[in-house]
Design a protein around this ligand. Structure first.
Ligand code: ADP
Ligand code: ASP
Ligand code: MG
Length: 412
């Protein structure tokens, strides 16, 4: 019997009615003759609500205590889904991340999975049960409860699929796959039938929250096929790309072609200039970054020159912003700024930077709608412009028009 892992996101378990629908879908899978492991997110906006509650108590909530609080969300959902499956006559048992053997490092709020020891899950599957797992959480070697960063239930599902040797991992959401842009922002966006791990990872890291970036990284490492589908879609048939997106290893198809546009709204841009940044360290970057590490803040897109550092910081897992600002201000005064009016806009595709044509075409498309980039970075799979946050959605639509709706020839 093949093992199937199915993950249901927050909107899919937002109320009792939807929880019943999830239970029915799980039972259908079971009746097809599969062993089923279900990973659930917290109901609806529970995680945001819990975070808001913590912020009412303190502007700088301690990361360990946040993890104690936030893991409660998935725990509620797992018990309700398990009860709903039982109500339909299924034999289900729910487990927390710790009980399922998800072992992480001890970096609270955005821990990484180091190892999965799924013995209890395997025992229950062997007994014929459906196992329901609380996503987004694990336990460190020091036995501290941890969370995996926002969107981390996807990561739980893929890591569990790898540890159990599952046939595939279904990520079930309110959207029926990965689109060429967030369909809420760009109504002309189209579903992508098949896409490579690398492109999906870049889309996720650029803000396409339909899949978590770490989850894709795991899937790639272990060769797990991900089926991104709507919870309301039928179970995957002979061709799961017909009504969903399949993420797996693919040879680059049309190198140079943009596959999608993504954006991240909630970022900060750190700009640090000498002499304030030079301090005791040999480079300004090392000096400033020590403060980020001391506060457990992960950054992306670092650029360091001899007298200047810029760093993009995602606000997603940053919960002590005031404390960070105070620490930077005390150390560097006016030489460091955290700009809070920008968003990141990216186009993704294998080989898109083989020449600068895509970069120039994108920058021209933005100029036509009078959007000027504050900053620009590239990697082999991605071009990222930082633009005014208030123009971000418009910028996504402009690039989607240029690269997806009227793409022209692929750039070699
Ligand atoms: P879940 O709670 O199921 O994990 P998320 O809210 O995390 O769902 O992710 C699904 C949402 O991601 C969609 O509703 C959609 O608005 C958004 N999204 C952003 N970029 C994309 C994209 N490229 N393709 C599909 N959905 C996207
Ligand atoms: N509930 C968590 C979040 O909102 C994890 C998840 O949904 O994947 O980020
Ligand atoms: Mg999600």
């Amino acid at each position: 019997m093949a093992i199937i892992v199915q993950k249901y996101g927050g909107s899919s378990v937002a109320d009792v009615q939807r929880i019943r629908q999830v239970a029915e879908r799980v039972m259908r899978t079971r009746r097809e003759g599969h062993d089923v492991v279900v990973v659930v997110s917290a109901m609806g906006d529970t995680t945001d609500d819990l975070l808001a509650l913590a912020k009412q108590v303190t502007p700088n909530p301690d990361r360990r205590e946040l993890d104690m609080l936030l893991t409660a969300g998935e725990r509620i959902a797992m018990a309700l889904v398990s009860l709903a499956i039982r109500e339909l006559g299924g034999e289900a048992i729910s487990f927390t991340g710790s009980q399922s053997g998800i072992i992480t490092n001890d970096r609270h709020v955005d821990a990484r999975i180091i190892e999965v020891r799924p013995f209890r899950v395997q025992d229950e599957l062997a007994r014929g049960r459906i196992v329901v797992i609380a996503g987004y959480q694990g336990v460190s070697y020091r036995r501290e409860v941890t969370t995996l960063g926002r969107g981390g239930s996807d990561t739980t599902a893929v890591a569990m699929a790898a540890a159990l040797g599952a046939e595939y991992c279904e990520i079930c959401s309110d959207v029926d796959g990965i689109y060429t842009a967030d369909p809420r922002v760009a109504p002309a966006a189209r579903r992508i039938a098949t896409v490579s791990y690398e492109e999906t990872q870049e889309l996720a890291e650029s803000g396409a929250k339909v899949l978590n970036a770490q989850a894709v990284e795991f899937a790639k490492e272990k060769g797990i096929a991900i089926y991104a589908r709507a919870t309301t879609s039928p179970l995957p048939g002979a061709d799961p790309s017909a009504d969903g997106t399949v993420v797996r290893r693919y040879p680059p198809r049309l190198p140079g072609r943009v596959v999608g546009v993504a954006s991240e709204r909630d970022i900060l841009l750190l700009e640090a200039t000498a002499p304030g940044t030079t301090g005791r360290s040999s480079t300004p970057a090392a000096d400033v970054l020590a403060i980020f590490d001391a506060h457990g803040v992960a950054g992306k897109q670092l650029h360091s020159a001899h007298d200047r550092v810029t760093l993009v910081v995602s606000r997603e897992n940053l919960h002590e912003e005031e404390r960070l600002r105070d620490a930077l201000g005390a150390r560097y005064g006016g030489h460091v700024q955290l700009l809070d009016n920008l968003g990141a806009l990216s186009v993704v595709g294998a080989g898109i930077n083989a020449s600068f044509e895509n970069l120039r075409r994108g920058t021209d498309a933005l100029a036509r709608v009078e959007i000027v980039a504050h900053d620009l970075t590239t990697s082999s799979f991605r071009i990222t412009w930082l633009v005014l946050r208030e123009r971000l959605d418009e910028a996504v639509r402009a690039l989607h028009r240029t690269f997806i709706e009227e793409p022209g020839p692929a750039v070699p």
